[in-house]
Ligand binder design. Structure first.
Ligand code: PLP
Length: 393
């Protein structure tokens, strides 16, 4: 063949984190078939959809089977009923987001990965360690990335750099995957001020906002000035167990304008061209998840996972091991004890306790020496993992 490929793809690093974990676990299992392995590495939910959601989806299925209520292509940016429910969700946090500023999509991953389509070549700032999609999508777009180190000194909540970088795309994720760290209002305000000062745009991923407790911002639009400098990507995946159902949204305020161009207009054009909307049945389920009863059920799911997080955090606190997360996020980011590297600790846990987590080094250079445990396991597995960890850390 003689076609030119997008050579930027050749610059992607091989994503070997989860395949390498699977390889080491498979090797250990085949050598030790009698040992039961407990997995706290998963970033996927384990509890089923709630009754409100399945009830609404079943009703939507029935509607699709009748001539009078059948739906064809959904509106490109989401049905009005869901846009209104999402807008009301923002209002519950004191943020005024219009239905014309919300774009429903099939996943936060899609939107976080696709948003580079509407921007030219800009400086890109990404915190490290990081959810890999932000970095990889910028490599695909041929953009140079500057990493902002998150580490123990800044509690894995890095402030803006002292250097003023103009016109940057800044990726922030709070609560953070993998560190579970959450920005408070002052921490987020510093980024909003930096972005407004430098004419930069924040791409804010709030996929885990439902896990926040207390007086911490659930959305960047709780911060003054954010409507002039931020888009926000959020998802039903971890709030309502929609990882397999697929529904999310992105907020692009109509107040975002760069060089006279309206950013929401560009995103609308991109989505209408390359995306054909989220199924009616799914959007009815998502609407139900945001209803009063539906949201209370979602909070039960979140509460279940957060009890797992509490049990893991309690062990680490008792052992005097430094960690972030676990309080307002389903991730616990722990320092590997005894100065072990991420992979050395992985191997040690597998060998001595048959517990699997995720080596921090897989999320970026600053993840070396750290390890991610998740609260998404079953209660039984989490208790069992904690019992085993007790004796080896
Ligand atoms: N953003 C972050 C920070 C995540 O950790 C994940 C999933 O693990 C996603 C986005 C993906 O969400 P979705 O299932 O909506 O694509």
């Amino acid at each position: 063949m003689n076609v030119k490929v997008n050579a930027n793809y050749l610059n992607l690093k091989k994503n070997y984190l989860f395949s390498e974990i699977a390889r080491r676990v498979a090797e250990y299992s085949s050598a030790n078939p009698q040992k039961r392995i407990v997995r706290l590495g998963i970033g996927d939910v384990t509890l089923p959809l709630t009754p409100s959601v399945t009830g609404a989806m079943a009703q939507a299925v029935a509607e699709m089977g009748k001539k009078e209520t059948f739906q064809g292509y959904p509106p490109s940016y989401g049905y009005d009923f869901l846009l209104k429910a999402i807008s009301a969700h923002y209002a519950s946090y004191g943020a005024d987001i219009g239905t014309d500023e919300i774009f429903v999509s099939d996943g936060a991953k899609s939107d976080a990965g696709n948003i580079t389509d509407i921007f030219g070549s800009n400086p890109v700032l990404i915190t490290d360690p990081v959810y890999p999609v932000y970095f990889d999508s910028n490599v695909m777009a041929g953009n140079a990335v500057t990493f902002i180190p998150a580490n123990r000194r800044n509690g894995f909540l890095p402030p803006p750099p002292s250097e003023k970088i103009n016109g940057a795309l800044i990726y922030l994720c709070s609560p953070n995957n993998p560190t579970g760290a959450v920005y408070d209002k002052a921490g987020l305000k510093a980024w909003v001020d930096y972005a407004n000062d430098t004419g930069s745009l924040i791409i804010y991923d709030s996929a885990y906002e439902a896990y926040i407790k207390g007086d911490l911002p659930h959305t960047i639009y709780q911060i003054e000035g954010a409507r002039g400098c931020a888009v926000e990507i959020c998802s039903f995946s971890k709030t309502a167990g929609f990882t397999g159902v697929r529904c999310s949204w992105t907020v692009v305020p109509r107040t975002l304008v760069s060089g006279g161009v309206n950013i929401a207009g560009l995103w609308a054009r991109r989505q209408a061209t390359k995306f054909n909307g989220v199924p009616y049945i799914v959007q009815r389920g998502a609407e139900a998840a945001l209803s009063e009863r539906g949201y209370a059920e979602c909070m039960d799911l979140v509460g279940y996972y957060m009890e797992n997080a509490r049990v893991i955090s309690e062990l680490l606190t008792r052992k005097g091991i430094y960690f972030t997360g676990g309080e307002c996020a389903p991730y616990i980011w722990m320092q590997c004890p005894g100065g072990l590297s991420s992979w050395e600790f992985f191997d040690m846990l597998l060998e001595k306790a048959q517990v699997v987590g995720t080596p921090g080094a897989g999320f970026g250079a600053n993840g070396e020496g750290y390890f991610r445990l998740t609260a998404f396991g079953t209660r039984e597995d989490t208790y069992e993992a904690v019992r085993r960890l007790e004796t080896v850390i």
